[in-house]
Design a protein. Structure first.
Length: 424
């Protein structure tokens, strides 16, 4: 049931509250003068109203034809469209534009303004699951070779039978990358450009790109000419032919990055820790080339960090939640341009992210071995003390026992919290 609501020209904000009792729309003017309440809306027999309310103590939801920074400061509201999942009531003025989104839980539909600003060619399909594939390509200072990468990807995808979009995200490059991409838009009809206003990191770009993707399968890769992006259709085909697999990762057979003699042993140690904690063989933990089912990844996007360890996070998230991950061997070329990888800082982040992911999904894997080790040491130390000091127990043995007991209790409590958490 659609109910039109008349908005006065002095209206500057609309606040819509949804609950089990229907839709409550609060209209606020620039001044605190009363506004005509109009008619009541909501489910039959349930109370719902449109009332003026003070702007001093409220947080406003931006409204308008597109989401903009500080949209609440606009002088007037042109439209608002909200659907309450519980009551099925839609509030919208006549002729209001809307952007369709997939049905919410329980079959309810909704309308909302678009999320992040992006530019695409006219006629390109839009909307979730309207395409087979979305390739997310973060770019930061890649002006010299980004067009080569785009040409390589589009040539491979055009030769395939898949409908696709190439979502190129400029992460606030300090060179002419954005200008190069803007000039290339007219030449690549499947390309969609999303420029960031601030630098957020490759993890932020991949998280937002995946959330805003129109494809059922999302591909992550880099724009530095290191990965064999001409093989992207092969990765997509692998997921189509193996319905029991949710993610396929390109496992690099060589290491061509900077700080090679330091990266190889460090990555080996981190990978072995991840294998131990996830109880799974992982040929390549942090490969940048991967394809996965978008609907499976959505619950874990909020866990992605802003930096390079986002690829480690998505791998550990899938493995920790019993989503099958397969690997395809790939070649790895020398990087074009300057590397943004910092060995000490990023290696430290990789280790923390592995531990964080396992703690988030299975904390007993991390804490219980430590607790049992301390309890075992305290027992051995206690036996030695009894023999050496005529049934006396030293302070060290007591401290080891108390520490082990505390960590053991913490492990059980953390596991209880994880199992009580509904969203995982």
């Amino acid at each position: 049931m659609a109910v039109p609501v008349t908005l006065a020209s002095s209206v500057s904000h609309v606040r819509v509250l949804t609950s089990g009792h229907g839709v409550h729309a609060h209209v606020v003017t620039r001044s605190l003068a009363p506004v005509a309440a109009g008619r009541h809306v909501g489910a039959p027999g349930r109370r719902s109203s449109i009332d003026p309310i003070s702007t001093a103590t409220q947080r406003w939801v931006p409204t308008g034809a597109a989401r903009r920074p500080r949209a609440w400061a606009r002088p007037e509201v042109t439209w608002v469209a909200v659907t309450a999942a519980s009551s099925g009531v839609t509030v919208a003025p006549p002729g209001a534009p809307s952007v369709p989104v997939p049905p919410a839980a329980g079959g309810a539909s909704a309308t909302r303004p678009p999320g992040h600003l992006s530019v695409t060619s006219p006629g390109q399909p839009q909307g979730e699951n309207s395409l087979d594939v979305t390739i997310v390509l973060p770019c930061y200072n890649e002006q010299d070779h980004v067009l080569q990468e785009i040409e390589r990807i589009t040539a491979a995808m055009d030769a395939s039978d898949y409908s696709y979009e190439l979502l190129v995200i400029d992460d606030k490059s300090t060179d002419d990358t954005l200008q190069v991409l803007q000039a290339a838009l007219s030449s690549y009809p499947h390309m969609r450009l999303m420029p960031f206003r601030t630098n957020g990191g490759s993890g932020t770009a991949r998280r937002i790109g995946t959330r805003e993707a129109f494809g059922r399968i999302v591909v992550w890769t880099d724009a530095d000419m290191t990965y064999p992006n001409e093989r992207i259709p092969e990765f997509v085909r692998y997921l189509e032919e193996n319905l029991g697999v949710d993610q396929v990762v390109g496992a690099r057979t060589t290491e061509e990055g900077t700080h090679k003699f330091l990266r190889v042993p460090a990555k080996w140690v981190i990978r072995k820790v991840a294998e131990r904690l996830s109880s799974t063989k992982i040929p390549d933990l942090n490969s940048g080339l991967r394809a996965f089912r978008r609907d499976v990844s959505l619950p874990y996007l909020r866990l992605l960090p802003p930096g390079f360890s986002c690829v480690t996070t998505i791998t550990m998230s899938f493995l920790s939640n019993q989503h099958p991950v397969d690997y395809l061997p790939i070649d790895y070329a020398k990087r074009a341009g300057r590397s943004k990888f910092h060995f000490v800082k990023d290696a430290y982040r990789y280790i923390l992210q592995v531990l964080r992911m396992v703690m988030y999904f299975n904390p007993i894997k991390v804490l219980m071995p430590i607790a049992l080790t301390l309890l075992g040491l305290s027992f051995v130390k206690g036996v030695i003390d009894v023999i050496r000091y005529n049934f006396g127990i030293t302070t060290n043995a007591v401290l080891l026992f108390i520490s082990g007991l505390l960590i053991f209790t913490l492990a059980l409590l953390a596991d209880l919290i994880v199992r009580s958490r509904g969203e995982t």
